[in-house]
Design a binder for this molecule. Structure first.
Ligand code: ATP
Length: 452
């Protein structure tokens, strides 16, 4: 089998209702995508797999969800206002706008010209007016990462949960960046989703935790079905303004290895900066607060009898990049004995958008349809996820559709089902296409065992 191309994934996503271009009927809005009926299920399952591994299965992580809009000072003192930019170059020949660090041999990727403008900084943060009057002075930034909200609420989470170091705060949600060149489908968008963990540790233990988290996160990707040979670490030499050490997890895309997650040692850069600047802000605003001046976003270490600002190790995954990677990896074309091509999305079962499809063989037979409804409702109670009643009336077509969208199990209700006692149905496995007969009253247990 040849490697999956991005075109195959884009086409499947549109055809089967995973992803659509944003604002498509008006020509599209570059760098934005909308998720369709199956896309939202897959995205939710990716998010849940991450949350389960990062919060539920651990005893040292809490969750948080912050607003997308935040005060300009958050981004001033985080260093983003001054330092969160890419270098932009224009091609003088074809007028393309280019990201300087993406050029190969200094050439325009569109027309090959080397006649480019000098690189100049291009701010990645998006601004929006806020309040009833747009006079240019009242604005907020759309967050370019979820992390800053986590830092500004570090004390709130610490105080309300009585955590001890080391502990983490997980946050998943939208981020916005005015990317110069959105491209490669969901890979680089202007509005995207991140799943980030900020793990707060004692200063001096950060390097060791950075190593630990690199490995934990690499194992997570493998557990989602990505083979080890398609993944690698890439150590950064050029660092973001906040990082002491940075390493990406990369996946082998059709265009080569590229980033899907970053693991950064941010030391006390962010908590330290917010602490220092918040104090100045309080003095200017004449706010009197009863706080320990050196540890506003700090931690009181009872054992060591001192306060300090914790260091932070961050893991930052792109949920949309995970979406693309999982689709690419799962997409399979098989040649059947009759020469036909079968497209199967071999997603791991916990990620499958639809867990089981219940197919009535005849959609105009009330007894068959009623039993199919009853099975669907009973299976829904198992809590394994979405169970779909698939009453297109053509079993062959239904199998093809559910293979393509990755449904692990199809359950067909036929004449035998309503004639026999106890009632039985045909259960078909997505990957092997093997079919077996199973009693209807055993289905819930079967599904629970299969999925949970
Ligand atoms: P890149 O170098 O590709 O621009 P980055 O190093 O700026 O990415 P981070 O700030 O480390 O990215 O963000 C963490 C993760 O968020 C990335 O690994 C990626 O999966 C995701 N991400 C970042 N920018 C985008 C984007 N424009 N579209 C989709 N996902 C993104």
């Amino acid at each position: 089998m040849t490697a999956t191309s991005m075109e195959q994934i884009v086409s499947l996503c549109k055809r089967r209702g995973f992803v659509f271009q944003g604002s498509e009927i008006y020509g599209g809005l570059k760098g934005t995508y909308d998720f369709g009926p199956l896309g939202i299920e897959l995205k939710k399952n990716i998010r849940n797999a991450w949350w389960r591994a990062m919060v539920y299965e651990r005893d040292d992580v809490e969750g948080l969800e912050c607003a997308h809009l935040s005060h300009p000072l958050v981004w001033k003192y985080s260093g983003h206002e001054a330092g969160f930019f890419d270098l932009l170059q224009d091609c003088k020949k074809c007028k393309a706008r280019l990201r300087a660090d993406h050029l190969v041999d200094g050439k325009c990727p569109n027309c090959g010209s080397t006649d480019l403008t000098e690189p100049r900084p291009f701010m990645l943060m998006m601004k929006t007016p806020i309040g009833p009057v747009d006079d240019g002075t009242s604005f907020a930034y759309l967050r370019p990462e979820t992390a800053q909200g986590t830092y500004t609420h570090f004390k709130d989470v610490l105080d309300s949960t009585s955590r001890k170091l080391p502990f983490g705060i997980a946050q998943d949600g939208k981020s916005f960046r005015n990317e110069i060149t959105p491209r490669n489908f969901l890979f680089r968008q202007r509005e995207f989703e991140q799943a980030e963990l900020q793990y707060f540790v004692k200063p001096g233990t950060d390097e060791q935790w950075w190593e630990t988290w690199k490995n934990v996160r690499m194992e997570w990707w493998k557990a989602q079905g990505i083979p080890a040979e398609k993944l690698r670490f890439h150590l950064h030499e050029k660092l973001a303004h906040y990082a002491k050490m940075a390493c990406d997890i990369e996946y082998e895309f059709p265009w080569g290895f590229d980033e899907i997650e970053g693991i950064h040692d941010r030391q006390d850069f962010d908590l330290g900066s917010h602490t220092k600047n918040q104090e100045e802000f309080d003095i200017q605003a004449k706010v009197m607060k009863n706080t320990d001046s050196t540890t506003k976003l700090g931690y009181l270490d009872i054992e060591e009898k001192r306060s300090y600002i914790p260091f932070v190790v961050e893991t930052a995954m792109g949920v949309d990049r995970a979406f693309v990677v999982l689709m690419m990896q799962a997409y399979t074309e098989e040649t059947l004995p009759n020469g036909e091509t079968r497209i199967v999305l071999k997603l791991k079962k916990h990620l499958a958008p639809v867990k089981a499809a219940v197919i009535p063989l005849k959609r105009n037979n009330p007894q068959i349809v009623a039993l199919a409804h009853q099975i669907k409702n009973d299976l829904l109670k198992t809590g394994v996820g979405r169970i779909m009643l698939e009453d297109s009336g053509n079993v062959g077509k239904a199998y093809r559709r559910h293979d393509e969208i990755g449904t692990p199990i199809c359950i067909t209700v036929d004449f035998e089902s309503i004639e026999q006692s106890p009632a039985t149905v045909t259960l078909r496995d997505r990957d092997t296409m093997q079919q077996e007969r199973i009693a209807v009253d055993q289905l819930p247990e079967y599904l629970k065992k299969f999925f949970l």
